[in-house]
Design a protein around this ligand. Structure first.
Ligand code: SF4
Length: 440
């Protein structure tokens, strides 16, 4: 009997990478690799990387250097790099890191088993070529091997928006929409295996289907997914505000399975900065979208992304971002200091904001958002929420789940309730979660 081989898979960055890592684990199961959480036990280590921010990329290099020591102690272990850093650097990584065995790009997941088998024979290879759209559609990896309560299902890949700061169109390629029939088939299979909630995933899901002749649009796709029996909850991410249609807003009133949460990245609150970012909307249009969402779906939770210290951002521009936070009253915001990315348009912009000032602005923004988040979390205390129980909580002896608005709730309950929708009375609000009690 052949010896079981262990895979240690490290994922950096966004939800898209988390979803790709699930697919990587599924593909490598096919050639005998089982996941482990202990890198020192692994026969194969793969880093699924992100290059959206310089910091994320540095982290990857730090890890790769650390694995040099591990490979010295255990020479048989294989080391591979995938994702956006792999796409960006390609063969250069093999040249600069002699202990690295293989590199695979964002369009090459399907080639991974072959690459690993070649690496097992001692070959060092990099496969980072972009694939034309027709072939890419045929190679869209579905993943129904791994299940659970809640799953991500990819509906689009790549992006055509070319926001001036963003490397995604260069490392993930142009936007393609997966065939709707295959999406529905994957979701039906997941539902048959007990999955209760799906999140449709893409860099900009709102433009789903618009560039494929004869394909349905995103609103129709949502309606079709809601018809899949066994699926109790539906979410989607990420939305681009410029493509968020009135029909899509109305779905929050019309589709009971659609959860009351939208991730709607604004990136900045000032029109001057939004224009320099090439975002394609104004502050006024963004706020009007938020107002309409709140009218159609009272209590809807809105999360966002903000970039602080974009080249040319003045104190007055930054004040407009702070006031946007106050007006939207985000549930939570993912905020970052601008970082210059190769090939992007903003990399050539004059950057007058010094590092200390950028950090100070980020600290001010974080302080304001922490206050809003806590106030918002407190507004749930005393309410009863439908919670889909997802698993055991990191708080010992408890379970965790999420409300429709995507806030985490911890509760003491029987583990047999994992996968069930239960009613929970919210008793306490913390900064990042809620505490509740099961209603009888
Ligand atoms: S919409 Fe803009 S920020 Fe989002 S992935 Fe596309 S280019 Fe990047």
């Amino acid at each position: 009997m052949s010896k079981e081989k262990l895979l240690y898979l490290q994922t950096f960055g966004c939800q898209m990478n988390v979803s790709d890592s699930e697919k990587i684990a599924g593909l490598l199961q096919g050639i005998g690799y089982r996941p482990t959480n202990d890198s020192s036990q692994a026969d194969l280590i793969i880093l699924n990387t992100c290059s959206v921010r310089a910091r994320a990329e540095e982290k990857v290099y730090n890890h790769l250097v650390q694995y040099k020591g591990l490979k010295r102690k255990k020479p048989g272990v294989l080391l591979g790099v995938g994702g956006c850093v792999a796409q960006q650097e390609g063969e250069r990584l093999l040249c600069t890191l002699p202990h690295l065995d293989f590199v695979f790009g964002t369009h090459n997941l399907h080639l991974l088993p072959e690459l690993v088998l070649s690496a097992e024979k001692g070959e060092r290879l990099a496969e980072v070529s972009f694939i034309d759209n027709e072939k890419r559609l045929d190679l869209f990896p579905a993943d129904t091997a791994n299940t659970g309560v809640s799953r991500f299902v990819t509906v689009t890949q790549g992006c055509d928006n070319f926001c001036s700061y963003c490397i995604v169109p260069y490392v993930r390629g142009r936007e393609i929409s997966r065939r709707s029939a295959e999406i529905i088939e994957e979701i039906s299979l997941l539902a048959a295996k007990g999955v209760k909630e799906v999140t449709l995933l893409g860099q900009n899901v709102n433009s789903y289907g618009l560039k494929n002749s004869g394909e349905m649009d995103f609103v129709t796709l949502l309606r079709k997914v809601c018809e899949v029996s066994g699926i109790e909850r539906l979410r989607f991410t990420t939305s681009h505000p410029k493509d968020f249609s009135l029909q899509l807003i109305d779905c929050f009133a019309e589709l009971p399975k659609l959860c009351k949460h939208v991730h709607l990245p604004a990136q900045a609150g000032s029109n001057a900065v939004l224009s320099a970012m090439n975002r394609g909307y104004t502050r006024e249009a963004y706020l009007s979208l938020v107002r309409r969402l709140k009218e159609v779906s009272p209590g809807i939770q809105i999360t966002g992304d903000i970039i602080v210290g974009f080249p040319g951002e003045t104190e007055a521009n930054f004040q407009e971002t702070l006031s946007l936070l106050e007006e939207v009253r985000y549930t939570d915001v993912f905020s970052f200091i601008y970082s210059k990315r190769p090939e992007t348009r903003a990399a050539s912009y004059q950057d007058h904001v010094d590092a200390e000032e950028k950090q100070a602005r980020l600290d001010r923004l974080l302080a304001l958002q922490r206050k809003i988040t806590l106030e918002n979390n407190r507004s749930f205390v005393g309410t009863v929420q439908e919670v889909l129980v997802e698993g055991e909580s990191r708080r010992g002896g408890q379970l965790y789940g999420r409300i429709s608005g995507n806030r985490i709730v911890n509760l003491a309950a029987d583990p047999a309730l994992v996968g069930q929708m239960v009613r929970v009375a919210i008793t306490t609000a913390y900064q990042n979660s809620l505490q509740g009690e099961l209603c009888s």
